[in-house]
Design a protein around this ligand. Structure first.
Ligand code: AKG
Ligand code: FE2
Length: 381
Protein backbone atom coordinates (compact mmCIF):
# COMPACT_ATOMS: atom_id res chain seq x y z
CA UNK A 1 0.00 0.00 0.00
CA UNK A 2 1.39 3.42 -0.88
CA UNK A 3 2.23 5.88 1.87
CA UNK A 4 -0.43 8.20 0.57
CA UNK A 5 -3.24 5.68 0.99
CA UNK A 6 -1.96 4.43 4.30
CA UNK A 7 -2.09 7.98 5.62
CA UNK A 8 -5.51 9.02 4.45
CA UNK A 9 -7.30 5.78 3.83
CA UNK A 10 -10.04 7.55 1.91
CA UNK A 11 -8.61 7.85 -1.54
CA UNK A 12 -9.96 4.64 -2.95
CA UNK A 13 -12.49 3.47 -0.46
CA UNK A 14 -15.67 4.98 0.77
CA UNK A 15 -18.14 3.68 3.26
CA UNK A 16 -21.63 2.79 2.15
CA UNK A 17 -24.20 4.07 4.56
CA UNK A 18 -25.41 1.21 6.64
CA UNK A 19 -28.36 1.06 8.96
CA UNK A 20 -27.63 -1.00 12.06
CA UNK A 21 -25.56 -3.64 10.34
CA UNK A 22 -23.71 -6.01 12.63
CA UNK A 23 -20.36 -4.36 13.37
CA UNK A 24 -18.13 -6.90 11.60
CA UNK A 25 -20.24 -6.83 8.46
CA UNK A 26 -20.40 -3.06 8.29
CA UNK A 27 -16.65 -2.88 8.69
CA UNK A 28 -16.01 -5.33 5.87
CA UNK A 29 -18.32 -3.46 3.53
CA UNK A 30 -16.67 -0.18 4.42
CA UNK A 31 -13.35 -1.59 3.37
CA UNK A 32 -14.47 -3.07 0.07
CA UNK A 33 -16.65 -0.60 -1.77
CA UNK A 34 -14.71 1.49 -4.31
CA UNK A 35 -15.64 5.13 -4.78
CA UNK A 36 -16.79 6.59 -8.02
CA UNK A 37 -14.26 9.41 -8.20
CA UNK A 38 -15.84 12.14 -6.08
CA UNK A 39 -14.23 15.53 -5.44
CA UNK A 40 -12.76 13.95 -2.31
CA UNK A 41 -10.48 11.91 -4.56
CA UNK A 42 -8.40 15.00 -5.35
CA UNK A 43 -4.78 15.30 -4.25
CA UNK A 44 -4.56 17.61 -1.27
CA UNK A 45 -1.79 20.03 -0.36
CA UNK A 46 -0.59 22.33 2.40
CA UNK A 47 0.19 26.00 1.83
CA UNK A 48 3.89 26.89 2.08
CA UNK A 49 2.99 29.23 4.97
CA UNK A 50 2.65 26.07 7.08
CA UNK A 51 6.44 26.23 7.37
CA UNK A 52 6.58 29.86 8.49
CA UNK A 53 3.32 31.18 9.95
CA UNK A 54 1.42 30.76 13.18
CA UNK A 55 4.18 29.24 15.27
CA UNK A 56 2.89 29.07 18.83
CA UNK A 57 5.24 30.16 21.62
CA UNK A 58 3.79 28.41 24.64
CA UNK A 59 5.70 30.35 27.29
CA UNK A 60 4.33 33.66 26.01
CA UNK A 61 0.99 32.45 24.60
CA UNK A 62 1.58 34.17 21.25
CA UNK A 63 1.70 33.12 17.60
CA UNK A 64 4.61 34.34 15.46
CA UNK A 65 5.97 34.16 11.91
CA UNK A 66 9.45 32.67 11.55
CA UNK A 67 11.19 32.83 8.16
CA UNK A 68 14.81 33.16 9.24
CA UNK A 69 16.77 34.54 12.18
CA UNK A 70 17.16 38.00 10.64
CA UNK A 71 13.46 38.50 9.83
CA UNK A 72 12.49 37.07 13.21
CA UNK A 73 14.83 39.38 15.13
CA UNK A 74 13.73 42.47 13.21
CA UNK A 75 10.04 41.74 13.60
CA UNK A 76 9.84 40.35 17.11
CA UNK A 77 12.77 41.29 19.35
CA UNK A 78 11.15 44.54 20.49
CA UNK A 79 7.57 43.25 20.52
CA UNK A 80 8.48 40.23 22.61
CA UNK A 81 9.76 42.49 25.38
CA UNK A 82 6.16 43.51 26.01
CA UNK A 83 5.37 39.85 26.61
CA UNK A 84 8.16 39.51 29.17
CA UNK A 85 11.03 38.34 26.96
CA UNK A 86 13.62 40.85 28.15
CA UNK A 87 17.03 39.19 28.52
CA UNK A 88 19.34 37.81 25.83
CA UNK A 89 18.95 34.37 27.36
CA UNK A 90 15.15 34.59 27.07
CA UNK A 91 15.46 35.74 23.47
CA UNK A 92 17.79 32.83 22.64
CA UNK A 93 15.17 30.49 24.07
CA UNK A 94 12.44 32.07 21.96
CA UNK A 95 14.60 31.73 18.86
CA UNK A 96 15.35 28.13 19.59
CA UNK A 97 11.64 27.41 20.18
CA UNK A 98 10.77 28.92 16.80
CA UNK A 99 13.48 26.84 15.10
CA UNK A 100 12.40 23.65 16.76
CA UNK A 101 8.80 24.33 15.72
CA UNK A 102 10.02 24.63 12.13
CA UNK A 103 11.83 21.31 12.44
CA UNK A 104 8.76 19.70 13.99
CA UNK A 105 6.61 20.86 11.07
CA UNK A 106 9.16 19.69 8.50
CA UNK A 107 9.14 16.22 10.04
CA UNK A 108 5.45 16.12 10.92
CA UNK A 109 4.08 14.15 7.99
CA UNK A 110 6.82 11.56 7.97
CA UNK A 111 6.50 11.04 11.71
CA UNK A 112 2.76 10.75 11.44
CA UNK A 113 3.15 8.02 8.83
CA UNK A 114 5.50 6.16 11.10
CA UNK A 115 3.01 6.37 13.98
CA UNK A 116 0.20 5.15 11.72
CA UNK A 117 2.26 2.12 10.70
CA UNK A 118 3.08 1.28 14.27
CA UNK A 119 -0.50 1.75 15.49
CA UNK A 120 -1.85 -0.44 12.67
CA UNK A 121 0.61 -3.16 13.48
CA UNK A 122 0.31 -3.14 17.26
CA UNK A 123 -2.94 -1.60 18.48
CA UNK A 124 -5.84 -3.86 19.37
CA UNK A 125 -9.10 -1.86 19.57
CA UNK A 126 -11.30 -2.22 22.62
CA UNK A 127 -14.52 -1.58 20.67
CA UNK A 128 -13.79 -2.35 16.98
CA UNK A 129 -17.37 -1.45 16.05
CA UNK A 130 -16.93 2.26 16.84
CA UNK A 131 -14.54 2.64 13.89
CA UNK A 132 -17.37 2.19 11.39
CA UNK A 133 -20.13 4.75 11.40
CA UNK A 134 -23.59 3.31 11.98
CA UNK A 135 -26.89 5.10 12.27
CA UNK A 136 -27.42 3.55 15.70
CA UNK A 137 -24.68 5.90 16.98
CA UNK A 138 -26.97 8.88 16.39
CA UNK A 139 -30.00 10.07 18.33
CA UNK A 140 -33.25 10.08 16.28
CA UNK A 141 -33.47 13.92 16.32
CA UNK A 142 -30.12 14.14 14.52
CA UNK A 143 -31.19 11.64 11.86
CA UNK A 144 -34.43 13.55 11.30
CA UNK A 145 -32.50 16.82 11.03
CA UNK A 146 -30.12 15.32 8.45
CA UNK A 147 -32.90 13.64 6.51
CA UNK A 148 -34.69 16.96 6.16
CA UNK A 149 -31.46 18.73 5.13
CA UNK A 150 -30.93 16.23 2.31
CA UNK A 151 -34.21 17.16 0.59
CA UNK A 152 -33.76 19.56 -2.28
CA UNK A 153 -36.68 21.82 -1.31
CA UNK A 154 -35.65 22.29 2.33
CA UNK A 155 -34.80 25.84 3.35
CA UNK A 156 -32.44 27.00 6.13
CA UNK A 157 -35.50 28.17 8.09
CA UNK A 158 -36.90 24.60 7.98
CA UNK A 159 -33.84 23.06 9.60
CA UNK A 160 -33.46 25.77 12.20
CA UNK A 161 -36.38 24.13 14.02
CA UNK A 162 -34.01 21.29 14.93
CA UNK A 163 -31.26 23.42 16.40
CA UNK A 164 -30.69 25.94 19.12
CA UNK A 165 -29.32 28.89 17.23
CA UNK A 166 -27.65 32.17 17.95
CA UNK A 167 -28.49 33.78 14.60
CA UNK A 168 -26.34 36.84 15.19
CA UNK A 169 -23.22 34.69 15.44
CA UNK A 170 -24.23 31.64 13.41
CA UNK A 171 -23.42 29.10 16.10
CA UNK A 172 -25.81 26.15 16.12
CA UNK A 173 -26.32 23.46 18.73
CA UNK A 174 -28.08 20.12 18.24
CA UNK A 175 -28.00 16.61 19.70
CA UNK A 176 -25.75 14.22 17.77
CA UNK A 177 -24.73 10.94 19.41
CA UNK A 178 -26.30 8.58 21.91
CA UNK A 179 -24.82 8.45 25.38
CA UNK A 180 -23.87 4.82 24.80
CA UNK A 181 -21.85 5.68 21.71
CA UNK A 182 -20.07 8.53 23.51
CA UNK A 183 -19.11 6.19 26.33
CA UNK A 184 -17.74 3.51 24.02
CA UNK A 185 -15.89 6.03 21.92
CA UNK A 186 -14.29 7.62 24.98
CA UNK A 187 -13.38 4.19 26.34
CA UNK A 188 -11.62 3.48 23.03
CA UNK A 189 -9.75 6.78 23.15
CA UNK A 190 -8.82 6.23 26.79
CA UNK A 191 -7.46 2.76 26.09
CA UNK A 192 -5.33 4.14 23.25
CA UNK A 193 -4.19 7.06 25.37
CA UNK A 194 -3.05 4.68 28.11
CA UNK A 195 -1.15 2.45 25.67
CA UNK A 196 2.57 2.86 25.06
CA UNK A 197 1.99 3.63 21.39
CA UNK A 198 3.09 7.02 20.01
CA UNK A 199 0.45 9.74 19.76
CA UNK A 200 0.12 12.69 17.41
CA UNK A 201 -1.35 15.70 19.20
CA UNK A 202 -3.95 17.86 17.44
CA UNK A 203 -1.84 21.05 17.59
CA UNK A 204 0.78 22.81 19.65
CA UNK A 205 -1.79 24.32 22.01
CA UNK A 206 -2.97 20.84 23.09
CA UNK A 207 -0.71 18.54 25.07
CA UNK A 208 -3.33 15.82 25.29
CA UNK A 209 -5.94 14.73 22.80
CA UNK A 210 -5.58 12.35 19.87
CA UNK A 211 -5.43 12.70 16.09
CA UNK A 212 -8.17 10.39 14.83
CA UNK A 213 -6.72 9.62 11.39
CA UNK A 214 -3.70 8.06 13.09
CA UNK A 215 -5.92 5.76 15.09
CA UNK A 216 -7.80 4.69 11.94
CA UNK A 217 -11.06 6.64 12.24
CA UNK A 218 -10.96 8.57 8.94
CA UNK A 219 -11.99 6.00 6.41
CA UNK A 220 -14.96 4.32 8.04
CA UNK A 221 -16.16 7.04 10.39
CA UNK A 222 -15.18 10.68 9.89
CA UNK A 223 -15.29 10.76 6.08
CA UNK A 224 -18.81 9.30 5.81
CA UNK A 225 -19.93 11.49 8.74
CA UNK A 226 -18.74 14.56 6.84
CA UNK A 227 -19.98 13.62 3.38
CA UNK A 228 -23.30 11.93 4.15
CA UNK A 229 -24.49 13.69 7.30
CA UNK A 230 -22.74 17.01 7.92
CA UNK A 231 -22.43 18.26 4.35
CA UNK A 232 -26.21 18.44 3.73
CA UNK A 233 -26.63 20.41 6.96
CA UNK A 234 -23.70 22.73 6.24
CA UNK A 235 -24.92 23.33 2.67
CA UNK A 236 -27.96 24.99 4.19
CA UNK A 237 -26.34 26.73 7.13
CA UNK A 238 -23.02 27.86 5.62
CA UNK A 239 -23.41 28.16 1.82
CA UNK A 240 -21.03 31.14 1.94
CA UNK A 241 -18.30 29.02 3.58
CA UNK A 242 -18.31 26.14 1.10
CA UNK A 243 -20.81 24.18 3.20
CA UNK A 244 -21.89 22.23 0.13
CA UNK A 245 -18.32 21.37 -0.82
CA UNK A 246 -16.59 20.31 2.39
CA UNK A 247 -14.16 17.89 0.79
CA UNK A 248 -11.60 17.19 3.52
CA UNK A 249 -11.13 17.45 7.25
CA UNK A 250 -8.87 17.16 10.24
CA UNK A 251 -10.49 15.32 13.12
CA UNK A 252 -9.27 14.88 16.67
CA UNK A 253 -10.32 14.49 20.27
CA UNK A 254 -9.37 17.14 22.82
CA UNK A 255 -9.06 16.33 26.49
CA UNK A 256 -9.03 18.58 29.55
CA UNK A 257 -8.41 17.40 33.10
CA UNK A 258 -7.21 18.93 36.36
CA UNK A 259 -3.42 18.60 36.42
CA UNK A 260 -3.29 18.41 32.59
CA UNK A 261 -4.61 20.94 30.04
CA UNK A 262 -7.44 22.98 31.56
CA UNK A 263 -8.37 25.33 28.74
CA UNK A 264 -7.55 26.42 25.21
CA UNK A 265 -6.42 29.92 24.21
CA UNK A 266 -8.49 32.15 21.98
CA UNK A 267 -7.89 31.14 18.34
CA UNK A 268 -9.53 30.41 15.02
CA UNK A 269 -9.51 27.03 13.31
CA UNK A 270 -7.79 26.10 10.08
CA UNK A 271 -11.24 25.14 8.78
CA UNK A 272 -14.25 26.56 6.98
CA UNK A 273 -16.76 24.91 9.33
CA UNK A 274 -16.09 23.16 12.63
CA UNK A 275 -18.20 20.60 14.48
CA UNK A 276 -17.40 20.32 18.18
CA UNK A 277 -19.25 17.49 19.95
CA UNK A 278 -19.12 17.17 23.72
CA UNK A 279 -18.64 13.50 24.62
CA UNK A 280 -18.46 13.78 28.45
CA UNK A 281 -17.13 12.55 30.81
CA UNK A 282 -18.24 14.54 33.87
CA UNK A 283 -17.00 18.11 34.15
CA UNK A 284 -17.74 21.54 35.54
CA UNK A 285 -17.37 24.74 33.50
CA UNK A 286 -15.13 24.59 30.38
CA UNK A 287 -17.58 26.47 28.13
CA UNK A 288 -16.67 27.63 24.65
CA UNK A 289 -16.40 31.38 24.34
CA UNK A 290 -16.89 33.04 20.93
CA UNK A 291 -15.72 36.52 19.98
CA UNK A 292 -15.55 38.09 16.54
CA UNK A 293 -14.74 36.75 13.11
CA UNK A 294 -11.02 36.69 12.31
CA UNK A 295 -11.34 39.36 9.62
CA UNK A 296 -13.16 41.80 11.88
CA UNK A 297 -11.02 43.88 14.20
CA UNK A 298 -13.07 45.13 17.11
CA UNK A 299 -11.69 47.11 19.98
CA UNK A 300 -14.25 45.52 22.29
CA UNK A 301 -15.48 42.25 20.81
CA UNK A 302 -18.73 40.91 22.21
CA UNK A 303 -18.15 37.48 23.69
CA UNK A 304 -20.82 34.84 23.93
CA UNK A 305 -20.46 31.76 26.08
CA UNK A 306 -21.74 28.35 25.00
CA UNK A 307 -21.98 25.61 27.56
CA UNK A 308 -20.98 22.13 26.43
CA UNK A 309 -23.70 19.51 26.90
CA UNK A 310 -22.55 15.89 26.56
CA UNK A 311 -23.86 14.23 23.36
CA UNK A 312 -24.57 17.66 21.77
CA UNK A 313 -22.58 19.31 19.00
CA UNK A 314 -21.81 22.96 18.34
CA UNK A 315 -21.37 23.93 14.71
CA UNK A 316 -19.53 27.16 13.92
CA UNK A 317 -17.50 28.91 11.24
CA UNK A 318 -13.83 27.98 11.53
CA UNK A 319 -12.75 31.59 11.38
CA UNK A 320 -15.06 32.61 14.18
CA UNK A 321 -12.58 33.19 16.99
CA UNK A 322 -13.13 31.14 20.12
CA UNK A 323 -11.44 29.66 23.15
CA UNK A 324 -12.21 27.01 25.73
CA UNK A 325 -12.62 28.29 29.26
CA UNK A 326 -10.94 26.34 32.08
CA UNK A 327 -12.67 23.32 33.51
CA UNK A 328 -12.99 23.39 37.28
CA UNK A 329 -13.74 19.75 37.95
CA UNK A 330 -13.63 16.38 36.24
CA UNK A 331 -12.58 15.45 32.70
CA UNK A 332 -13.86 16.84 29.43
CA UNK A 333 -13.54 15.06 26.06
CA UNK A 334 -14.75 16.61 22.78
CA UNK A 335 -14.72 15.35 19.23
CA UNK A 336 -13.54 18.16 16.95
CA UNK A 337 -13.94 18.02 13.17
CA UNK A 338 -12.33 20.83 11.22
CA UNK A 339 -14.08 20.65 7.84
CA UNK A 340 -12.44 22.24 4.82
CA UNK A 341 -13.69 23.34 1.44
CA UNK A 342 -10.99 23.47 -1.23
CA UNK A 343 -13.37 25.65 -3.26
CA UNK A 344 -13.07 28.37 -0.62
CA UNK A 345 -9.51 27.96 0.62
CA UNK A 346 -7.90 27.61 -2.81
CA UNK A 347 -8.76 31.29 -3.24
CA UNK A 348 -7.25 32.48 0.04
CA UNK A 349 -5.29 30.55 2.64
CA UNK A 350 -6.82 31.40 6.04
CA UNK A 351 -3.45 31.13 7.74
CA UNK A 352 -1.54 33.66 5.60
CA UNK A 353 -4.28 35.51 3.69
CA UNK A 354 -2.63 34.90 0.32
CA UNK A 355 -3.43 32.66 -2.58
CA UNK A 356 -1.96 29.37 -1.29
CA UNK A 357 1.40 28.21 -2.58
CA UNK A 358 0.90 24.47 -2.79
CA UNK A 359 3.33 22.07 -1.22
CA UNK A 360 2.96 18.35 -1.84
CA UNK A 361 2.06 16.34 1.21
CA UNK A 362 0.41 13.11 2.25
CA UNK A 363 -3.22 12.61 3.27
CA UNK A 364 -5.58 15.56 3.33
CA UNK A 365 -2.77 18.05 3.99
CA UNK A 366 -4.51 21.31 4.90
CA UNK A 367 -7.26 20.76 2.35
CA UNK A 368 -5.93 22.74 -0.63
CA UNK A 369 -6.22 21.28 -4.12
CA UNK A 370 -4.73 22.07 -7.48
CA UNK A 371 -7.40 23.98 -9.35
CA UNK A 372 -8.48 22.45 -12.61
CA UNK A 373 -9.52 24.96 -15.22
CA UNK A 374 -13.07 24.47 -16.41
CA UNK A 375 -14.06 25.28 -19.98
CA UNK A 376 -17.29 27.09 -20.54
CA UNK A 377 -18.66 25.04 -23.44
CA UNK A 378 -21.11 27.75 -24.48
CA UNK A 379 -18.24 30.18 -25.11
CA UNK A 380 -15.76 27.69 -26.55
CA UNK A 381 -15.58 27.91 -30.32
O1 AKG B 1 -12.23 22.45 23.75
C1 AKG B 1 -13.06 22.86 22.97
O2 AKG B 1 -14.28 22.70 23.14
C2 AKG B 1 -12.62 23.61 21.74
C3 AKG B 1 -11.49 22.99 20.99
C4 AKG B 1 -11.13 23.81 19.79
O3 AKG B 1 -11.64 24.87 19.57
C5 AKG B 1 -10.14 23.32 18.82
O4 AKG B 1 -9.46 22.34 19.13
O5 AKG B 1 -10.03 23.91 17.74
FE1 FE2 C 1 -11.02 25.65 17.70
Amino acid sequence: MSLFRLFRGTRQLQTVRTTRLPPGKAENMARQVPTSGSADDADFYVCSCFFTNNFYLKDYNVHVVYRDDTQFGTEYKEIMKKYGCRTDKQWDQVLSQAKSELKRRQNLFQQSLERIRQIRAQYRPLHPQVYTLQESFFVPEFLEFVELSRKSDTTPEDVLKFVTSWPDNRVYEFPVFTKQFCQQFMAEITQFEESDLPKGRPNTMNNYGILLNELGFDEGFITPLRTDYLRPVCSLLYPDWGGDALDSHKAFVVKYKLGEDLDLSYHYDNAEVTLNVSLGKEFEEGSLSFGSMRQIVQSQPRYSEHKHRPTYGLLHRGQHKHGAMPIEEGERYNLIIWMRSSKVRNQLCPMCDHKPTLVQTVGFGDGFTRETKTVDVCCAS
